[in-house]
Design a protein around this ligand. Sequence first.
Ligand SMILES: NC(=O)c1ccc[n+]([C@@H]2O[C@H](COP(=O)([O-])OP(=O)(O)OC[C@H]3O[C@@H](n4cnc5c(N)ncnc54)[C@H](OP(=O)(O)O)[C@@H]3O)[C@@H](O)[C@H]2O)c1
Length: 273
Amino acid sequence: MPDVAKYGPWAVIAGGSEGLGAEFAKQLAGYGLNLMLIARTPGPLADTADSCRQLGAQVRTVAVDLLDPESVWQIMEEAADLEVGLLIYNAGANTCRQEFFDADLTDVGRVIDLNVTRMLELVHHFGRSMRARRSGGILLVGSTAATYGSMRQSVYTGSKAFSRLFAESLWLELRDYGVDVLELVLGVTRTPAMRRAGLNFEVPGIPVAEPADVARAGLENLANGPVFIAGDNAAAVQRGSGPDRAAIVLGGHRLMQKLIGAARRDVSADPDR
Ligand SMILES: NC(=O)c1ccc[n+]([C@@H]2O[C@H](COP(=O)([O-])OP(=O)(O)OC[C@H]3O[C@@H](n4cnc5c(N)ncnc54)[C@H](OP(=O)(O)O)[C@@H]3O)[C@@H](O)[C@H]2O)c1
């Protein structure tokens, strides 16, 4: 059970309406924390808020698109009277699935806005007061996609690599201030968003985790930063971090083709390689 006195009385979850985000919310409500939940779609946001209220939590919802730079001001305003002891930045996604040179730079920039810029802004805001109070926790949701480069995910993989190194650095900066920092690294997790994206959950050799188990593992390991790899993916991350990058990237590419299922150019068959 996480340290409720340290991470309360309020937790802010960016991306707290469904799947993994909803599991974080419900589990934290069960532990006795109050919640500010952020997401775009009002329906699932209201449903998750109701479930958390039934568990005894006070809940505020903020329906904003984190791609909108103004969203951060709205979140800060809504949280102005709250003591926030825990920030979870869960709202990430690969919002641009084209190859880099086919993509519009504006769309590429949105991947950075959602996965990097908004995260930095919210961490800076809430983390500063945690440091001043010498108490709190910051959980960033990362990905095994950060282990090696991947076609049509060139910016997303980079953004998640950024997230991990950022978390490790903050962990160093904050450990003498009583503020825990954790990068929770996810492999394939059976969330509604991934179902909608058409991910193949049946690829042999790729473990598929359930959102409730991943959320529990993250909350239980908040104090064991800087990184926790969820869902039986630690060995794969270790293998994918070796020095033979060409072999690793090509092997990862073949795996991604099975996982994503859509037609992809097979770089291993490219005569230029
Ligand atoms: N699921 C996987 O297999 C997997 C694997 C590796 C890493 N991850 C990482 O895990 C995290 C959660 O992924 P997920 O989508 O599968 O899980 P999720 O937690 O089930 O859903 C994402 C949450 O973020 C919100 N959100 C998404 N885009 C948003 C935006 N622009 N503004 C505000 N809220 C937004 C969604 O609500 P709305 O859509 O209503 O806004 C939802 O509440 C992400 O950081 C992702 O990169 C997932």
